[in-house]
Design a protein around this ligand. Structure first.
Ligand code: MOS
Length: 743
């Protein structure tokens, strides 16, 4: 691949967010904040059983309540044409089918929507929803993971997708016959994304076959396609608007029942309908990180060379949809073990469908693998950092390919220095700070450096600004800011002259914002669009420009000129007049390069933490965090650093607090708000120091970026767990590490 054309200082600058002012002043419009005339408010009524059928549903009282326009259940719902087709395609492509809301009397999980009430105010809809009474024919539900492990299956996707199938390198289960071995089980509880912004949709049928939604999603194009298929209307008849997202972490990577419920409701009353989930509904309607059981078997030689890793994982899914994630991936490629076995299973339960949650399966898998690495290092009396270096691999042992780039060693060195790893004692509990036990731990993370097809349009406006559009979203990382910098850098223009627009399905195609791939995918399209714009201006500029290189084209002060050639100069307004064009515009598509196939491409991270544990109360304070990442080129040091800090916060939550709990008598979550489901607050978070290797990887894409979002979190929870062990000698293999487990 060619290298980035111009490096005028824009890429890498810790530029402030282009939409920061809008966000902090409340001027940013989130999905629930559009003022539509005749807006109606909808509130969902949800099932109180986990499995069975609705015997009867009484909506009369609700219908008579003040302000109520209609109540919809499976008895009177307008039919969704796409629900008749069995193989309803979805984004993401999961096996099975998303819940078909109000399509039958069947109940698949506790909290499933059974009715929606519409009223002229939210409060009246909420009150009327409380008046809907349902009776059920209950069936025995299964929500208890531990009691049902025997029902786990190989995901059906494994037939088509080898990464989901069982994997063996060398000898299967080699650890079993080794002299030095360990075999331990690890549990990741269900975690819930819990973004600040509640999932909200405003659905508006502008005509019988024309739908507009203002929707919280990470995929405007994917959502557009899903709704077009649901309603059997042309894709271009569906408009999805998502200008701002108040955090998502993965739960906007799927379309959910509440969205279709609102669209059905809007159809019924023929008015725009706004539906905002309650915080409680966020626990069971928009996905979650699935409860996952894992077992690691590991063996090594006395001098610290791994001889075998076996990684088994079993994750929860729903009864109607097959959710999978790459839980065992890191065990296949991170260490130079000659023998590796992985087995991945899913366990269908009577629950709603999980979805990717930041760092998805890899974060779960890294908790098991990186904890086991620490356990093995301890058993061998080796420093865990040294143990990792002893098993470092310079090529991908899974794919037998060279890494496109791998600067994990640099990360390990930087991190060790900045945390003060030399203060760590091999002996647990040996370091104290007053009455607190002090421990140091580390955890390594990795995630594929993916790129997906994306398009972008670039237009040189008559006022001298360049307008760029692509249908991506920004769930928080600062996508608009990064794209502005990439455009400014490529065009050689100040960022103030770039207008980047996203979050509208009418814009050129972008993939969903997920899997740490937006800068790689959309950024490549934006860059290509800027180059194409210069080429187009060069062509239109005529002979004076004919031998120039696109990077020498200068767009400034209403003129197109050539760097280093004063004679080549065209006034843009004259050019447009001459060409009889309103403005010069280009549209491009950027696709992953074929050359990518010759390399194995990953971002890498390592997290070092210092914890203080109180020996009497078991309270764990994370005192210091150093996160180091090899994520290729860093487009914006500030927003990239923000992502790393956010990942560290998520990792502390995962390690110490987060756990969604089901009362299995009812198959219903008892954690239903942020008082019971604990997330870290400011007082739980120390200063997080972030370091980037910041070396480009031009095999991945022409900007050299590899992706940050996931590796910010992956490896953080085991780093904390390992530090807790170093402080206390107590190995906690079932997250979260709450004080009761330490006393
Ligand atoms: Mo993320 S789990 O790719 O939103």
């Amino acid at each position: 691949m060619e290298k980035a054309l111009i490096r005028n200082g824009e890429i890498g600058d810790p530029m402030n967010r282009v939409d920061g002012r809008l966000k902090v002043t409340g001027a940013a419009t989130y999905s629930g904040e559009y003022e539509l005339p005749n807006l109606v408010y909808a509130v969902l009524v949800t099932s109180t059983i986990a499995k069975g059928r609705i015997k009867s549903i009484d909506t009369k009282q609700a219908e008579r309540a003040p302000g109520v326009l209609a109540v919809i259940s499976h008895l009177n719902s307008p039919k969704v044409p796409g629900f008749a087709q069995h193989d309803h395609p979805t984004e993401p492509a999961t096996g099975g089918q998303p819940l078909r809301v109000f399509n039958s009397d069947r109940i698949y999980s506790n909290g499933q929507p059974i009715a929606v009430v519409m009223a002229d105010t939210f409060e009246r809809a909420l009150y009327a929803a409380s008046l809907v009474k349902a009776q059920y024919d209950k069936e025995q539900h299964q929500t208890d993971f531990k009691a049902n492990t025997g029902r786990a299956v190989v995901p059906s996707q494994a037939k088509k997708n080898p990464s989901m199938a069982d994997y063996t390198r060398g000898q299967a289960d080699a650890y079993k016959t080794a002299a030095i071995k360990l075999e331990e089980e690890y549990v990741m509880p269900t975690e819930v994304h819990n973004p600040m912004e509640l999932q909200t949709i405003i659905a508006h049928w502008e005509a019988a076959d024309k739908l507009t939604v203002y929707d919280k999603t990470q995929a405007v194009k994917g959502t557009q396609k899903a709704f077009a298929e649901d309603w059997d209307i042309p894709v271009e008849n569906v408009k999805v608007i998502t200008k701002f997202v108040g955090g998502a972490f993965g739960n906007g990577l799927h379309t959910w029942p509440h969205e279709t419920a609102a669209i059905i409701a809007a159809k019924k009353v023929n008015r725009p309908v706004k539906l905002m989930l309650t915080r409680e509904q966020m626990f069971f309607m928009v996905g979650y990180r699935p409860y996952t059981w894992q077992k690691i078997g590991m063996s090594a030689t006395a001098d610290g060379k791994l001889t075998g890793i076996t990684h088994e994982a079993m994750g929860q899914t729903s009864s109607y949809e097959e959710f999978t994630e790459s839980t065992v991936q890191q065990s296949k490629m991170m260490y130079a073990s000659p023998n590796v076995t992985t087995r991945y299973r899913i366990l269908p339960l009577d629950v709603s469908t999980p979805i990717w949650m930041r760092g998805p399966g890899e974060a779960t898998g890294a908790f098991a693998l990186e904890s086991a690495m620490d356990e093995m290092a301890f058993a061998l009396n080796l420093d865990p950092l040294e143990f990792r270096l002893l098993n470092y691999t310079e090529t991908d042992p899974e794919k037998n390919l060279p890494w496109s780039t791998k600067y994990l060693k640099e990360c390990l060195e930087m991190g060790a220095e900045h945390i003060g790893w030399n203060k760590r004692s091999m002996k647990p509990g040996a370091v104290r700070a007053g009455e607190w036990l002090v421990g140091y731990g580390m955890g390594v993370g990795t995630f594929g450096a993916n790129q997906r097809m994306a398009q972008a349009r670039a237009r040189l406006l008559t006022d001298g600004a360049v307008l760029i559009q692509s249908a991506t979203t920004d769930i928080g990382p600062g996508t608009g800011t990064a794209m502005t910098q990439i455009a400014a850098d490529t065009l050689g223009m100040p960022p103030e002259k770039i207008i980047f627009q996203l979050g509208d399905s009418a814009f050129p195609h972008s993939p969903s914002q997920g899997g740490s791939s937006t800068v790689s995918s959309v950024g490549s399209a934006v860059r290509a669009a800027c180059i194409a714009l210069k080429q187009k201006l060069q062509e239109l500029g005529g002979t004076a420009f004919s031998t120039a290189k696109p990077e020498d084209i200068v767009i400034k002060d209403g003129q197109i000129s050539l760097a280093g050639d004063a004679s080549a100069k065209v006034v843009y307004a004259d050019l447009l007049k001459e060409q009889n064009m309103p403005e010069v515009e280009v549209m491009v598509e950027a696709k992953p390069d074929e050359e990518r196939k010759n390399y194995s491409m990953y971002s890498f991270s390592v997290h070092f933490v210092e914890v203080h544990v109180h020996p009497v109360t078991g309270v764990v304070r994370v005192n210091k965090i150093v996160s180091c990442a090899d994520a290729g080129t860093i487009v914006n040091e500030k927003t990239a650093g923000n992502q790393m800090i956010g990942g560290a916060v998520g990792g502390i939550g995962m390690a110490l607090m987060e756990e969604a709990v089901i009362d299995h008598r009812f198959g219903r979550y008892v954690t239903k708000d942020l008082a019971e489901y604990h997330v870290p607050v400011h007082a739980d978070i120390p200063a997080v120091k972030v370091f980037f290797v910041n070396k480009p990887d031009f095999h991945v894409n022409p900007m050299g970026t590899k992706g940050i979002g996931e590796i910010a979190l992956i490896g953080m929870a085991p780093a904390v767990a390992n530090a807790v062990f170093n402080a206390t000698g107590k190995r906690i293999r079932h997250l979260p590490i709450t004080p009761d487990k330490l006393i």
